[in-house]
Design a protein around this ligand. Structure first.
Ligand SMILES: O=C(O)CCC(=O)C(=O)O
Length: 265
């Protein structure tokens, strides 16, 4: 799937692009159906809070066939190849889960800030794709971005510990105040199946889910194959040590999978 010129221009100007109805209800249902099993797994890739609540699930392609297909889905991989102007591999791949009335929040950061500071990724030739697995509204913890913040490149951000996750480069309140005063904030919302592409240097954060509705987003962080990390110090599920080019699958791969499941049942 190729983005049109207006979509590319929006991504380059704003640092993000929302694509409504990128995936169908049937396709997101296939992915959602595997979440209870995924979050019951006792694996290092599925970290929990001190009280045992699952927070994230990393490197899903290892233990979920449906998410393995999504990782190579052409509606995700091909726009990333287009925007980054070259072949890509998966640097990170995870679901961030926000159950109803959950506590998980994430302070302001640029993903590339961490990838650069800790993983020594040479250039910001990396980006994120997020797929909403549930409807996202203003109450269930939408990701919040500062438009145009990507234009400033890597901002000064001290590396800090983060509960239930790897250390990361957190933007200071002074930096966020300056950026938000200039550019405002947006929290993209929409039904399950909405796609959100965002630049590796886009400043973003997220607030807890104060609603009775779940909010699980899947994030694929894609890096150009010629921009591999130089420091392999973090566990590989936070920062992939292998560069394996993502070759897009057929556009209907999730529905083919659903049919196979149905036939096997
Ligand atoms: O899921 C969210 O609300 C935010 C996720 C995020 O900021 C990240 O994965 O870098």
């Amino acid at each position: 799937m190729r983005l049109n010129a207006e979509q590319v221009e929006t991504f380059e100007r704003e640092g993000f692009l929302v694509v409504p109805e990128l995936f169908s209800e049937e396709e997101t249902a296939v992915l959602r159906a595997d979440l209870p099993r995924i979050f019951s797994l006792d694996r290092p890739e599925v970290p929990r809070s001190a009280s045992g609540v699952p927070l994230l699930a990393h490197r899903l392609e290892r233990y979920s066939e449906a998410f393995g297909l999504l990782l190579r889905h052409p509606r995700m991989v091909e726009p990333a190849m287009q925007l980054l102007d070259g072949p890509v591999y998966s640097h990170q791949y995870k679901v961030v889960t926000k159950p109803p009335f959950g506590k998980l929040d994430l302070p302001w950061h640029q993903d590339y800030g961490t990838w650069h500071a800790i993983d020594k990724m040479p250039e910001c030739r990396a980006m994120n794709f997020a797929l909403f697995l549930h409807d996202v509204n203003e109450f269930n913890g939408p990701i919040t971005l500062i438009p145009r913040s990507h234009r400033e490149g890597v901002l000064d951000a001290p590396v800090e510990a983060l509960d239930g996750s790897s250390s990361f480069a957190k933007l200071t309140n002074e930096t966020v105040t300056r950026l938000a005063t200039e550019h405002g904030m947006v929290a993209p919302k929409g039904p399950a199946g909405t796609g959100l592409f965002f630049h590796g240097c886009s400043a973003h954060a997220s607030v807890p889910n104060i609603s009775p509705w779940p909010r699980d987003n899947v994030y694929s962080s894609l890096n150009r194959t010629d921009n591999g990390i130089r420091n392999r110090g973090r566990p590989e599920f936070y920062a992939n040590h292998e560069i394996e080019e993502l070759v897009p699958l057929a556009d209907d791969c999730l529905m083919q999978f659903a049919r196979r499941q149905g036939n096997a049942a």
